[in-house]
Design a protein around this ligand. Structure first.
Ligand code: ZN
Length: 396
């Protein structure tokens, strides 16, 4: 799904894309956002991994050369006609080609226009012009899904829901993630996948993505964690199920669903810094560190020393396990970009306590973190195709 609520690209939350599925080998479905080009590329369908990869690469190459979306999509689906490419961004519109079942929503003033399109293969291109508020939802049921047969109905409901939210002025990041929560619950096509903010270049990264190929990711309609609104303590599910009150301060806890976590990860908020974290062991650790840094900065503490001390506290009280202590030099604060970068040093397996020597220099971690952004492209999903694509794009 792609949603554009600000086609001019001025609102940092005005364009977003997301993807999920019931299929265990979901990706197979691929998902890219280019920070440089401000465009998202979603791919899926019946083709084999390699054919789809060729389609994606053909499409991206043309986008890199500044060609129109339509040409890029056409070139892509020529390589693999039974796959689908859904490509779009602010100032560019949205183009779909290949094999799809989509509902298109266009909002003009108070008017919501909804149309449906079907294509089983080939260069059947649907184009939405660059200057309109719009959404495109592709939805099919995967065989084996207990809610098989719901796709057509849910696709239309989702489109109406998106149309109303766009008309009411909600930003794309909000519209997209709410619709994803709804579609996950009603159609069963619910496993992450993830979401991106196309304008600002933020993504959910590997938060909801399966650790191994041919597994399912995290369901976007399920509770993801419990958070204490008073002191910031949090625990992920399933462990969170054991708590009704905060073990630190006794306050009642707030349950956050995965789609809400997705929304918070891709939404740019005033005064809220973007936090990048390298060298973490899990998506949960990353979310914990992002939260620590954001709550400090909202309280006016943007000094690297403060931030390092707060992360060290989380290491001391075992909220973060298996990391060396953080030094102020491991934290880069860039006030102009409203960006904070944190380099964590994971300890070798088996170590619980801090060793005497630092195992990994932060430069190495930085390089590792940047592997995912070759060409200014952040890759969200998939196992072996992700590997392949990394190898290919790094060669460019
Ligand atoms: Zn608390």
């Amino acid at each position: 799904m792609i949603v554009i609520t600000d086609p001019t690209g001025k609102d940092p939350n005005g364009a977003a894309a997301g993807s999920m599925s019931f299929a265990p080998n979901m990706f197979q479905s691929t998902f890219l956002v280019s920070k440089k080009l401000h465009v998202a590329v979603l791919a899926g369908g019946l083709g084999k991994g390699t054919a789809r990869l060729e389609a994606i690469l053909a499409c991206i190459r043309r986008l890199e050369l500044g060609m129109p979306l339509e040409e890029a999509v056409r070139a892509g689906v020529e390589k693999s006609p039974t796959d689908r490419l859904l490509v779009g961004g602010p100032r560019r519109g949205i183009v779909v080609g290949g094999s799809y079942d989509i509902t298109v929503v266009i909002v003009k003033g108070n008017k919501i226009i909804i149309k449906q399109y079907h294509s089983s293969a080939g260069p059947n291109i649907v184009k939405i012009p660059p200057n309109v508020k719009c959404a495109v939802i592709h939805l099919r049921n995967t065989p084996g899904n207990p809610l098989y047969g719901t796709a057509t109905k849910v696709r239309v409901e989702a489109a109406i829901m998106a149309g109303r939210m766009i008309r009411d002025g909600l930003p794309a990041t909000e519209v997209l993630t709410r619709v994803m929560g709804y579609v996950a619950r009603k159609s069963g096509e619910k496993y992450g996948g993830g979401a991106v903010n196309i304008t600002a270049g933020l993504s959910t990264g590997d938060t909801f993505v399966p650790a191994r190929l041919n597994e399912r990711g995290f369901p976007l309609d399920a509770p993801y964690r419990k958070v204490c609104p008073k002191c910031g303590w949090s625990a992920p599910y399933p462990a969170a199920g054991r708590y009704t009150r905060c073990p630190v301060c006794g306050s009642s806890l707030k349950t956050e669903y995965a789609w809400q976590v997705a929304r918070d990860l891709i939404t740019v908020r005033k005064n809220q810094p973007v936090v990048r974290v390298y060298g973490v062991r899990s998506a949960y650790d990353k979310a914990t560190i992002v939260e620590i840094v954001q709550s400090l900065i909202q309280r006016g503490k943007r000094d690297p020393t403060h931030i390092a001390r707060a992360i060290d506290n989380a290491i001391d009280n075992n909220t973060l396990l298996g990391y060396d202590y953080v030094l102020p030099s491991d934290i880069k604060v860039e006030p102009k970009a409203n960006l904070v970068t944190v380099y964590m040093r994971p300890l070798p397996p088996g170590y619980k306590k801090r060793p005497l020597k630092t195992p990994v220099p932060s430069e190495v971690l930085h390089a590792l973190g940047l592997l995912g952004s070759a060409l200014g492209v952040t890759l969200i999903v998939l196992g072996c195709v992700r590997e392949l694509l990394h190898r290919r794009t790094r060669g460019w």
